[in-house]
Design a protein around this ligand. Structure first.
Ligand code: PMP
Length: 423
């Protein structure tokens, strides 16, 4: 067996770069899986959590836990301050005009469903919603449900087969007066394409079309400025940016949020309740029925602080370097098909071997301690368009190293040998 694949091989040498030193902040990374040092390359699915986040959540539950907004006792005040402090921090993270434009949700998926229901209440039969062919199911199915409820139509901006970009030239035909909303992803979780968000928003705004940006894959990887992007809505998930699961963010332009009816009913979202009618609370509380994920918001706050100490532009550059290194080396393997752009890609690479199923690749890679993802990546329509059932995907974050990329390639070579495929 190749020495790099031998489970008795010691951990790679002591950290030498600033990036490698950051790994010490992530206790989970320091372990063996099936006898091999863990190489975690499934960051597009969820990121690992730094000690600062784990400790912030622990501290919250140990010393501040109470319900928010409703009490006048000390702990409730502390919990409320922590929760609303996190909201203000998100507003700064996105450069929103105010914290009132930040709604906490369960995740990107719930944020998009909220818009599809509450903003979607104004959609009528014959209206159109424009999406792109590279949308995650989370930014596709909620609009299908809206179309079914209202008789609206869905349209898709095509993806070009060769470089995985959007056919922006087609916007002239597709952005007609029937279109009420244009929803698209910032970074494709399958192709690694980085879409020109500001340009797409400007095109839509020029025609009075509302925009929603799915920032699930971008929020933790590059700087986002909703005012500069010019979007109306933007959604992301805490768990993909180093924060806890179960929490997400919807940014919405104030005028839109104020005009929208509530989505879910319950505590906190009301100003006054009678037996037969109620009045709603102000934004953003109008959209946050029931007890929220307070500890999640505290953890997200710590995650945003942590990322900004590193610098999101630096993180993006590092992710891109790792993805470019992976892309170049993988392109040298026989029988491999690489998806998405050749250059300028975000920090992930999807690939397909003509003769080894993606699930086999992922299962065997796991035996070598390398965590990948295989499947349709919640992009079934796109995969079908590309003539594929599934791909394997390696996705990187700032705590990944060039050595881990090389190990991925080494393991893939071994897998091909295992399946008796010529190299
Ligand atoms: N959009 C994109 C582009 C994603 O990659 C994901 C997560 N894979 C989502 C939306 C959904 O995020 P969540 O499951 O956290 O709601």
């Amino acid at each position: 067996m190749n020495a790099a694949l031998d489970p008795t091989t010691p951990r790679p040498a002591a950290p030498t770069t600033a990036w490698e030193l950051l790994r010490a902040d992530f206790p989970i990374l320091d372990q063996r899986v099936h006898g091999h040092p863990l190489v975690y390359l499934d960051n597009a699915a969820t990121s690992q959590k730094p000690r600062a986040v784990l400790e912030a959540i622990d501290r919250y539950y140990r010393s501040e836990n109470a319900n928010v907004h409703r009490g006048i006792h000390e702990l409730s005040n502390r919990a409320t301050a922590a929760y609303e402090g996190a909201r203000a921090r998100v507003a700064r993270f996105l450069n929103a005009r105010s914290a009132e434009e930040i709604v906490f949700t369960r995740g990107t998926t719930e944020a998009i469903n909220l818009v599809a229901h509450a903003w979607g209440a104004r959609v009528r039969s014959g209206d159109a919603i424009l999406l792109t062919e590279m949308e995650h199911h989370s930014n596709l199915v909620p609009w299908q449900l809206l179309a079914q409820r209202t008789g609206a139509n869905l349209r898709y901006l095509p993806v070009t087969g060769d470089d995985g970009g959007l056919e922006v030239d087609r916007l002239g035909q597709l952005l007609t007066p029937e279109v009420k909303l244009f929803a698209f992803t910032h970074i494709s979780n399958t192709l690694g394409t980085v879409n020109p968000v500001a340009e797409l928003c400007a095109r839509a705004r020029g025609l009075g079309v509302v925009t929603l940006v799915d920032a699930a894959q971008s929020a933790g990887h590059l700087e986002l400025d909703v005012q500069q992007l010019g979007c109306d809505f933007l959604a992301f998930s805490s768990h993909k940016i180093g924060g806890p699961t179960g929490l997400g963010v919807l940014y919405g332009r104030r005028e839109l949020l104020e005009a929208m009816p509530p989505w879910q009913g319950g505590g906190d979202m009301i100003a006054n309740v009678e037996f037969y009618a109620s009045r709603w609370n102000v934004i953003p509380h109008k959209f946050e029925a029931g007890t929220p994920h307070i500890a999640g918001a505290v953890g997200l706050h710590a995650a945003m602080d942590y990322l900004d100490r590193i610098g999101r532009q630096r993180i993006f550059q590092h992710d891109q370097e790792l993805a470019a290194r992976a892309y170049e080396q993988l392109a040298g393997l026989a029988g491999i098909r690489l998806l998405g752009p050749k250059t300028g890609r975000a920090g992930l690479v999807s690939f397909h071997f003509s003769d080894v199923h993606a699930h086999d690749v992922v299962t065997v890679a796991d035996q070598f301690g390398v965590a990948l993802r295989g499947g349709h990546h919640c992009n079934q329509p796109l995969m079908r368009k590309l003539g594929l059932e599934s791909t394997a995907r390696a996705s990187f974050y700032f705590y990944n190293t060039a050595g881990e990329v090389d190990r991925l390639v080494e393991v893939l070579r071994e897998i091909r040998r295992f399946f008796h495929v010529p190299l």
